[in-house]
Design a protein around this ligand. Sequence first.
Ligand SMILES: [Zn+2]
Ligand SMILES: [Zn+2]
Length: 307
Amino acid sequence: MRLVEQYSKKGSGLLDMGDTPAFKGCYGATSLVVGASIVASDEVMSGRLSHAFNPSGGLHHAHPERASGFCIFNDPAVVIAHLKSRYKVKRIAYLDIDAHHGDGVMYGYYDDPAVLDIDFHESGKFLFPGTGFPDETGKGEAQGLKLNIPLPPYTGDEAYLEAFQRIVPDTLKKFRPEIILVQCGADGHLDDRLAHLRLTTKVYTEVISQAHDLAHELCNGKLLLFGGGGYTLANVPRVWTVAFSTLAGVKPNDEIPSDWAKQFEKSANEDPPHKLNDKPTSDDEKTLKEVRRTVNELQTHLGHESQ
Ligand SMILES: [Zn+2]
Ligand SMILES: [Zn+2]
């Protein structure tokens, strides 16, 4: 933390092995992100709100002792600690759909039975941070509570949703969380500049809608949504609009408002998107099989360890 504070004043320096440069004011900025996530969790826990969304949050790579992968402080991890200490929450479900493995959160709570961690991501064989395989299922009392679903590059909606359906509803129902946290990184989207998945707004709508229903069924609606990665500007606002409106129970017009598009073009210097929703993507047999095999492998690891 002292290093972050120092570099923040200086306005330069690297906070990890190379991905996370400091910028002027980064200490204050990233502290505000964490603060916003904590306030959001307080609103939900107090019952003032059922759901809250901090699109600036979801900085899931930072570790307790170091920054990593564009993340300086890990706000979901801090929120989990806050929920445990302030509200004595004993069962927290954390679902991470960013294209990258949420290593900071998973390893931070790897032996903590209070945290069910389900993480769908592009396989670490192809993408940073190179972790999150099906045999990493937790330690000690938390064994069986960390679920990693690494996906092959170019996985589309069809294979993704099939895997999601096989794992998430049953696991959450069995765990009976007191609150559900969702890291909704937008970098799994088709055309993302950094990752190679092919998800569309269909996946984000479906995942958030199911998380929302499960939150109402299992924990009085308590659901906290974070942003995350997303490196193609035309996608990120669409993904998060879809996520937010699904939570809010509204269906926005599919046409992108023209004044917004103009503003986007000016500030991003890129072609604006024309529609809010994408055409869903299907998968070839090879991808479907590979994803099925990964889910089977995960279930084998979970089965063996629960005996
Ligand atoms: Zn609701
Ligand atoms: Zn990411």
